[in-house]
Design a protein around this ligand. Sequence first.
Ligand code: NDP
Length: 403
Amino acid sequence: MIGVVVLGSTGSIGENTLDVLERHPDRFRLVAIGANRSVEKLAQQILRHRPAYAALADEAAARALRARLGGQAPHTRVLAGPEALEELATLPEAECVMAAIVGAAGLKSTLAAARAGKRLLLANKESLVMSGPLLMDAVREGGATLLPIDSEHNAIFQCLPHGSRAGEAPAGVRRLLLTASGGPFRDLPAETIAAATPEQAVAHPNWVMGRKISVDSATLMNKGLELIEACFLFGLPPEGVDIVIHPQSIIHSLVEYVDGSVLAQLGSPDMRTPIAHALAWPQRMSSGVAFLDLVKTARLDFRAPDPDRFRCLALAQAAARTGGVAPVLLNAANEVAVHAFLERQLNFPGIASVIEEVITCCPAGKIGGLDDVLAADAEARLRAHESIHARSGAAPAYGEARA
Ligand code: NDP
């Protein structure tokens, strides 16, 4: 029985992970689950899955959870506070940690799991974008096994030569091709995109995901974050990773070899495939995903991304080339800007504008340690808030485009 901890269990990846685990009660034991403040959802998960531990980062929510459970879950110890998530990530009873907290909030628990030598199932791409060199060192030094959950990186992992090591350029690979659905606005003109509402931005055509990553998909920042993630995971420079728009989301990514071979991984767009793959690796197990019907799929289209309509991708590519804390600034500014957009304090094109302003005004120094990452993250968040505040005075109502 493999002990598993699911951090971010109340989110989209977390729920998909519990779904896959539940299909294999003979192989996996759910040791712990954790989230931020979704009291009712976590209570339901505790009562259904009976983990030994559960934690909420928000202390008041954790108190409410204890009250909600009453005496119904004597098998589960409820912990509170952000540090409780780090504790869960290092529990000796678990070999495997699913890192599925969204955003920078997942950084410390992800690093803790790597240092503790766990099998680390990485969905929280933001932690790798922010602290790539530190996380890869922690994986090596802690003896952890890093397995990507992002469908694109999981696809690449599946197409690499057997024995490839995390962070080291695989032999014979010429370039990686990350596929992107293009998001809900891929076919819309710039003027229409400029007036996009949060409801339109989170309505992804192919995937059901959390709100933040859905907006990232609409801006193509998600693909930019994935490019940075791919560089760290597979040891390639940004020039070795290309992006191609593939609206059907059937090919999840490709690896091009020096002999002209291109290997791809295909499947229905359902995150339970990469989750099941990483849980069972190097074996295979069922995931509950509908099998691919190629005849029904009929066609697979490809085109280049449009950098004029989707400025976030170019900003991420530039941050990847600059390196150091540039990706930290990019990620922090993006998190703040996306949150403001979802709260209707910023319009859709404002997301890219805020990020650009933050990257331009904050110094892009080197990463010597976690303090550098946290300092750059804090500085970028402050600048992003200032930029949003400065814009909000003249911000047009939704439905109007800002020049
Ligand atoms: P969701 O928004 O659906 O869920 C986020 C999870 O993180 C929730 O469990 C939430 O808890 C928890 N969380 C949020 N803030 C904190 C915090 N401060 N402390 C502790 N926990 C917190 O996100 P997704 O599942 O969509 O995404 C999770 C990660 O996986 C992201 O990094 C995303 O980029 C990545 N990913 C997601 C994919 C998808 O298909 N959804 C695909 C590929 C990657 P609570 O409910 O209490 O707020």
